[in-house]
Design a protein around this ligand. Structure first.
Ligand SMILES: [Ca+2]
Ligand SMILES: [Ca+2]
Ligand SMILES: [Ca+2]
Length: 234
């Protein structure tokens, strides 16, 4: 009877162990212990297993902290990019607005003062003086350039200004041949004054209207003249 009781107790203990081993919680937590009990194999010492679990928990916590930190860094990076993008867009919009505003002001000024139409073309006749390059730069800022003379009619039109004014021709780059500002070489059509171009002192590389606008002369580019701009394109 006593032996039977012992067997029952042993059986009960084993059963308890099996139930314990079958519970979901313990399957993952105490697998090594269960294996040791179920298969009657020497398992790892309990203290080692607990230590192992503690290490795993710490590893999990550390991993979670690192992931959280990475998420924060990623979020911060996205916020910085968003701020930079917004500022860049604002700056571009402001720049575009300023350029458009400047162009509109220029158009208004031209229309109010010196916009002139001839043979379907638009011209700007300056009311101040500048060097040849500064005159050209002024024109280019607003989509124009110094005038290119394509016909006797256009030459006569400029003569009507009666100004000593720069036109769009130079030999600054070639020193050998005269070129219009659009890169084409001067052809047979020309209106040089007598004994011009003479490249006086070896330093005359830009062309101006002289004799009340009737003829051309090569002059030093750093002289200051009025200028005539011609709208590029139609
Ligand atoms: Ca022209
Ligand atoms: Ca020259
Ligand atoms: Ca000259």
């Amino acid at each position: 009877m006593s032996a039977s009781v012992d067997e029952e107790e042993i059986y009960s203990d084993v059963k308890d162990d099996q139930m314990s081993c079958n519970s979901i919680e313990n399957i993952y937590v105490n697998k090594a212990v269960c294996d040791a009990v179920k298969f009657n194999k020497p398992g790892a010492p309990i203290s080692d297993l607990e230590g192992s679990n503690t290490v795993k928990k710490r590893t999990c916590i550390a991993t979670a902290l690192i992931l959280g930190l990475l998420c924060l860094l990623l979020l911060a990076g996205l916020l910085i990019l968003l701020v930079l993008y917004t500022k860049g867009s604002d700056w571009e919009m402001k720049k575009s607005y300023n350029n458009q505003k400047e162009a509109n002001q220029f158009q208004t000024k031209l229309q109010a003062l010196n916009w002139t139409y001839f043979a379907g073309r638009r011209y700007y006749i300056s009311s101040t003086v500048k060097t040849w390059q500064d005159s050209r730069t002024y024109c280019q800022r607003f989509g124009t350039d110094l005038v290119i003379v394509n016909s006797l009619e256009e030459q006569n039109f400029m003569q009507a200004s009666k100004l000593q004014a720069w036109i769009g021709m130079t030999d600054l780059q070639t020193k050998l041949a005269w070129k219009w500002v659009n890169g084409t070489l001067l052809g047979s059509l020309s209106y040089w004054a007598a004994r011009e171009p003479n490249n006086a002192s070896g330093a005359e590389d830009c062309v101006e209207l002289v004799f009340n606008g009737e003829y051309w002369n090569d002059a030093q580019c750093n002289n200051t003249d009025y200028w005539i701009g011609e709208w590029v394109g139609e």
